[in-house]
Design a protein around this ligand. Structure first.
Ligand SMILES: [Zn+2]
Length: 292
């Protein structure tokens, strides 16, 4: 069996938010104030994703902060696709899922399926799309609005069927501070630029969180090993319905490992801390037929 780790263990981790609104669409705060809010909280990167508007954030770059120019594209009402790291406006507003993903990809961007539960999108529709890089496994504003911001089951549905797709937590903040800095991703990279952040998201070299941190991931001797901030539970999930494949409990756990078993197609890791906050790793994909 071969274990494909998305993690490269670069020297630095950068926290950021990939989904945010301002008065350019239906957010309450102007763009500059929103950027300042995240900068003040030591975010290293931020994407502004006002509805159907391309927002160029390249002018906000400093040595310890980068903006990622983006757009949240509406496709038929409540279906939204975030185009992360675009070069300009969408050429045409097609109102078509696959054509929207295709244009985001053609611009060199990442296509992120936003808040699938709030959209009432059937999982099979997500499965049929080609070229989507990630889905929002936590969209904070949707918990504020309708308590349907978590999409872990949605993610496992796609992963179980062989889709290699990453999981993102994002604020989708419209009302700051209430919806700000509550769900984020942390990207592992050798340096900070819009390009290095986007490339490492593309490769899955990041994790999602509402609090805990991962420090390191290793694959050693057929085992997946993780190191994290003090946790009360670390669990390894393989998409099987029911219990996780391994659930480790303690008071201040900082390390755990799991050896994948025959028949498993992927393993992902969740860390829960004493405040009941969670960090989610990206999936490690398993290739059972691989021979050295
Ligand atoms: Zn949004």
């Amino acid at each position: 069996m071969k274990i494909l780790s998305p993690y490269r263990n670069c020297s630095q981790w950068f926290r950021g938010n990939t989904h945010t609104h301002s008065t350019l669409s239906d957010g309450e705060w102007p763009l500059e104030k929103v950027v300042g809010y995240y900068r003040d909280r030591s975010y290293a990167f931020l994407a502004m994703t006002d509805h159907d508007i391309f927002t160029d954030l390249s002018g906000f770059a400093t040595p310890d902060f980068v903006g990622i120019s983006s757009n949240e594209v509406t496709v038929r009402g409540r279906d939204h696709i975030v185009g992360l790291h675009l070069t300009g406006p969408m050429a045409v507003h097609t109102n078509h899922h696959q054509r929207t993903v295709d244009e985001i990809v053609a611009q060199g961007g990442l296509a992120i399926l936003a808040h699938p539960n709030w959209s009432w999108m059937p999982e099979a529709k997500g499965l049929a799309l080609h070229g989507v890089h990630a889905i929002e496994i936590l969209n904070v504003v949707c918990n504020y609005l309708e308590y349907n911001g978590y999409a872990l089951q949605w993610w496992d549905y796609l992963l179980r069927r062989g889709l290699r797709i990453w999981g993102i937590a994002a604020d989708d903040a419209h009302r700051i501070p209430y919806q700000g800095a509550r769900g984020w991703i942390v990207v592992n990279a050798e340096s900070l630029s819009a390009e290095t952040i986007v490339q490492n998201i593309r490769d899955g070299n990041f994790y999602a969180s509402t609090g805990p941190t991962f420090q390191r991931f290793e694959v050693v001797g057929g085992a997946i090993q993780v190191w994290c901030s003090p946790a009360v539970e670390i669990r390894f999930l393989t998409g099987a319905v029911g219990n996780p494949a391994l659930r480790v409990k303690g008071d201040a756990l900082t390390h755990a490992e799991y050896t994948p078993r025959a028949g498993e197609a992927y393993v992902r890791v969740e860390v829960v801390d004493a405040q009941m906050q969670t960090a989610w790793s990206q999936p490690f994909f398993l290739e059972p037929d691989w021979r050295p």
